[in-house]
Design a protein around this ligand. Sequence first.
Ligand code: COA
Length: 402
Amino acid sequence: MTDHDIRVLDDSQYRAAHALFRGTLHRAPTPDDQWKYVQESYEPGRALGAFADGEMIGTVQSFPSTMAVPGGAVVPHAAVSRVGVRADWTRRGVLSALQREQLRAMRSAGDVVASLRASETVIYGRYGYGVASRYRSLRIDRHHAAPRTRPAGRVRLVEGEAGERIARELFEELSPGRTGTISRWPAWWGLNVRRRMADENMKIAVRSGASGDDGYLVYKVEPGEHDPGDEKPTTLAVLDLWARDAEAWADLWLFVLGIDLVVEVTASGRPVDEPLQWLLGDRRACRMTDEYDETWLRLLDVPAALAARTYREGEPVVIGVRDVYLPENSGTYRVAAGGVTRVEDGAELVLDVDVLAAAYLGDVSFSTLAATRRLDVVEAGALRRADALFAVDEVPWCGSYF
Ligand SMILES: CC(C)(COP(=O)(O)OP(=O)(O)OC[C@H]1O[C@@H](n2cnc3c(N)ncnc32)[C@H](O)[C@@H]1OP(=O)(O)O)[C@@H](O)C(=O)NCCC(=O)NCCS
C-alpha cells in the first residue's frame, strides 16, 4: 500500500502540473501570456500526476513523435518530458510509480521507443533508459575564423510566420532521417520558435540553391558594447540549423560567420561529427566547449525495436535481455543480418535493457560496454560479432530539444 496514487490528467489539471514541474526546476510558473503555447503542447492521455491527500505531488508527460533507427525505418516514439516530484515528496518512490505507469501506458499505446533529456545522469538508468546519442557545444571566435570558402548559394532572412513555415517544411523533410532524429509535434514550433520570436528577437535565415530552399537556421544575437576591449562581446547563438546537403550546410555557417559586429558564435546540441573546423582558415578559432549525453533511449517493445533496425553482414549473436519494468521484454534474442528471432536460451551476452538501448542506435559498441562492465560476456567471441552487426555508418544524433 503506497501513500500516493497515479492518475491520468485532464486539461483542467495541465496548468497545475506544469507549475509543479517548473517548481521542481526552481522556476516560476509560466506567465499568462505564454500559457497558450504550453497548453497546446499537452496531449490528451499523455500526462500523469501523482496525488497524495488530494494534492498533486509529481508529474510526467510525453509528446507523440517518431524516430529514425539504423537502416532508415521510422518507429513510433514518445518524447518524455516535464518530469518532476515536489521537493517535500522526493525519495519516497513517487517517480518510480510514475515511471511504472508511464512505461506501461506508452507501450500499450504502441510506442516502440521513448526518449528523454536527463537533468541528472543518476535518474533514468534504473527505468531502462540508456544514453544512445551525444551532442556537443561549440564556441567560435568570429574574428579569427577566416572561412576558407565563399557562399555557393543565397541565404536570406525571412520574418515571422513565413520563416517558421519554411523552417518547419524543411525540418519535416529532413527529420526523422538520420539515425536518432525525430519528428517534432506541432506544438513544438509554437513553444520553441513562435513564442521566442516575439520575446527574444530570434531570427530565421533560409538558404536556397539550384533546387530551391534547402536549409535553414534559427539564431539569436545578444548585443554587447561595441567598444574595443569591452567585457561583454556581442554573441550570436545558433539555435537550430538543418541542411539538405553539405553545400547548404556550409553556406548557413558562412552566413553566420559573416554577420557584422558579432564577436563570438556559440552553438549547442550540434552533432559530434559536424566538420566545422574544416570550414575555417584557423581551426583553433572553433573550440568544442562540451560533449553531453543527448538521447536517453528506452526500448519499450524490444522485439519490435530489434526488428525495426537493420544489421550489417556478419555472424549472428544471441543476446539475453533483462527488463524489470516491462518484463515481457526479458528474453533471449538471436540477432542476424537477415533478422531477429526470439529463442529459448543460449545467450552469449547478457545485459539490462538500458545497456541494449545505449548500443541500439550504434553510438557505442558492445566491446566498450563490456570493457566498462556494463554487460556479462558468456562467449568471448560474441562481442566482436555483436559489434559488427550493430555498427552504423553515421553517428546517431537527434538535434531536437524537448
Ligand atoms: C528526479 C526526481 C523526479 C526523482 O523523483 P523521486 O520521487 O525522488 O524518485 P524516487 O523516489 O522514485 O527514486 C527512485 C530511485 O532513484 C534515486 N534517485 C531519483 N532521483 C535522484 C536524484 N536526483 N539523485 C540521486 N538519486 C536519485 C532514488 O534515490 C531512488 O533510489 P533507490 O531506488 O535506490 O532508493 C525528483 O528528484 C525531482 O523532481 N528533481 C528535480 C527536477 C528534475 O530533475 N526533474 C527531472 C527532469 S529530466
